[in-house]
Design a protein around this ligand. Sequence first.
Ligand code: NDP
Ligand code: GDR
Length: 341
Amino acid sequence: MRGCTRARSATVAPVSATAAKRALITGVTGQDGSYLAELLLGHGYTVIGVVRRSSTLNFERIAHIQDRITLVPADLLDEVSLIEVLRDHQPTEVYNLAAQSFVQTSWSQPVLTGETTALGVTRILDAIRIVDPEIRFYQASSSEMFGKVHEVPQKETTPFYPRSPYGVAKVYGHWITVNYRESYDLHATSGMLFNHESPRRGLEFVTRKVSHGVARIACGLDDKLALGNLDSQRDWGYAADYVRAMWLMLQQDEPADYVVATGETHSVRELCELAFAAAGLDWEQHVVVDERFLRPAEVDLLVGDATKAHETLGWRREVDFPHLVETMVEADLDLVRAQLG
Ligand code: NDP
Ligand code: GDR
């Protein structure tokens, strides 16, 4: 249990003896991109990160490694820009993590979500096909593709039933990856990852919204936290564990599809209980339900079966849910305390 105290620093994975390779990451400024860049640097890779044009820099998540990676301008909406970065930087592996990734926004911006999260995958696959079909490709697919689930737990063969424009776009991204693998013999892999979180998670996602909300309440800045569906259940893992699975997938001789998950599911209510308790607070005194955060269609129960990733990749998660929640609350307590001076 912690109050509004203490400081904390980021860590970078140690350098290993893996032979030098060149990896290009789209979405390097996002949560997963930052952890993957750290991991690949630790394995001795040259890392090239794609950043899109913005009126202000948003490199917070990669500030600590910015001098060790090459940042290049390109956009998933612009195929020529992708062709040029592949030609200029000649990666051996491409990790396509860029997306409009917030499910709620996909209802208010469905066309943008489709352009980026669905067609963006075709643009980068086409760029690879044109520039160098030997490049190994990772597509960031999602448990949201399972949506209104056909079976519990969900595995690689579970049929899709997406429940949001985002989920629909990810189904397209998955199938175009499979199709380019089969049509052009690309080493194209689809990682169907269940929710993964960290102190670097965007503030709009529920785990971070809760951990940051707890910190603000613990520090006396707020009293209430407004949430949507408290009964939603998710299979939540730790982002740094999950980017390790991405890398392992591209080290396999053959491309394939893999589910990555913890195999446990927890409700938003349980998340609240743990997070508020980590700061010595009672969640029921502070959480209120606000219908603005309810969704037009919901994914109620996601839980994954990662047997294939365990057996083929030798992947295991290292951080469990209570530890993850506690770590996020601690990091946000430190952040809010630092902001208060
Ligand atoms: P984030 O939202 O944190 O990061 C998304 C990244 O995509 C950002 O770097 C963003 O850039 C970039 N981006 C958005 N649009 C474009 C564009 N048009 N051109 C180039 N870059 C763009 O996502 P996560 O790191 O959490 O997730 C990574 C990927 O994994 C996403 O594809 C997501 O859909 C998928 N995924 C995530 C899961 C999770 O639980 N985190 C689970 C399953 C799948 P900018 O910083 O400029 O906005
Ligand atoms: P999700 O993550 O939609 O699963 O997508 P999010 O954290 O947004 O929602 C998880 C569940 O929590 C419920 N919820 C709330 N969600 C948000 N954001 N805000 C709230 O106030 C709130 N209250 C309850 C939601 O209804 C939902 O059921 C994430 C993204 O990273 C995707 O890109 C990724 O593909 C999937 O995970 C797997």
